[in-house]
Design a protein around this ligand. Structure first.
Ligand SMILES: [Zn+2]
Length: 284
């Protein structure tokens, strides 16, 4: 199974993460989770173009969230991560409709702010093979906003005579793909994911499996490549590419930040925070 947190390759319209996010300590009185919790606000890179709000509230990651993520297995990882994130966002009714590019952005943002934006990782030099310990500042990763010209939905008439509507992958599409993939590994996760983003108009299917079978038989190769191009052309969000100079030979290496939530718990332990409390506790 692929990591649920995938980032994209878009060069244009890059903005630094910090610029698109406003962190305000706006306390909301009517949140159901916990009236004492601070809620902050984050602006999504989809900017409201996908039918849900552009600004979302979130609270700090708490111990309970951490425990749930730690308990997740590979099998339950996607479902657990979404459940935990939904709670952090105060359970918005539209959570399942959120595009996974926004979801990934939200994960990165909420966890980077609750733990530390600075994450250590190791990069192996492509030239001399030496291992470099580097620190990545997650708030410095580039973020691309959605193209406002995105058609919602993207409509196509198929050669088979049917009409379809395609959208960018959402949380609920990913859950469908995950369940199809769990049942049968005959196709890869991405193939299941593509089918999830297609609505066949005026056609009833018994279940997702039947819909998948219909799609692989009725959408021709040209049409599926148009669908893939739509996804590529309008993808947006966090760019996880990083560049670092090798300490040994000076070669500039490019890599990707391997974002896994577990890493936050293992490494981030904000040393500064600990030192702060230690100073306060100092015997005089
Ligand atoms: Zn090197």
């Amino acid at each position: 199974m692929s990591n649920p947190v995938k980032f994209i390759d878009e060069e244009e319209n890059n903005e630094v993460m910090e610029d698109v996010v406003s962190k305000s300590e706006s306390k909301t009185s009517d949140n159901t989770e916990d009236n004492l919790t601070n809620f902050y606000q984050v602006e999504l890179p989809s900017k409201g173009y996908l039918g849900y709000p552009s600004v979302i509230e979130y609270r700090d990651v708490v111990f309970g969230d951490e425990v749930k993520i730690k308990m997740a297995t590979d099998e339950t990882y996607i479902r657990t991560v979404n459940k935990v994130l939904k709670g952090i966002l105060n359970n918005p009714s539209f959570y399942d409709d959120i595009c996974i590019f926004d979801r990934d952005y939200l994960l990165l943002w909420t966890f980077a702010n609750s733990y530390s934006p600075k994450q250590p990782m190791q990069m192996t030099c492509q030239s001399c093979n030496s291992k470099n310990d580097v620190t990545i500042d997650l708030t410095e990763l580039n973020v691309t906003d959605i193209d406002p010209e995105i058609p919602v939905p993207f409509k196509m008439d198929l050669k088979s005579g049917e009409s379809i509507e395609v959208h960018l992958p959402t949380v609920s599409d990913e859950l469908v793909a995950e369940s199809l993939y769990r049942d049968s590994k005959e196709y890869n996760f991405d193939d299941y994911m593509i089918q999830s983003t297609i609505k066949v108009k005026d056609k009833q299917f018994k279940n997702q499996k039947q819909k998948f079978e219909w799609i692989i038989e009725n959408i021709n190769a040209k049409e599926i490549s148009v669908i893939k191009k739509f996804h590529e052309r309008f993808s947006y969000g966090v760019d996880d590419r990083i560049e670092r100079e090798c300490e040994n030979c000076g070669e500039v290496n490019t890599g990707r930040y391997p974002f896994r939530l577990e890493d936050f718990f293992i490494y981030s332990g904000p040393e500064d925070d600990f030192e702060y409390y230690l100073r306060l506790n100092k015997k005089t």
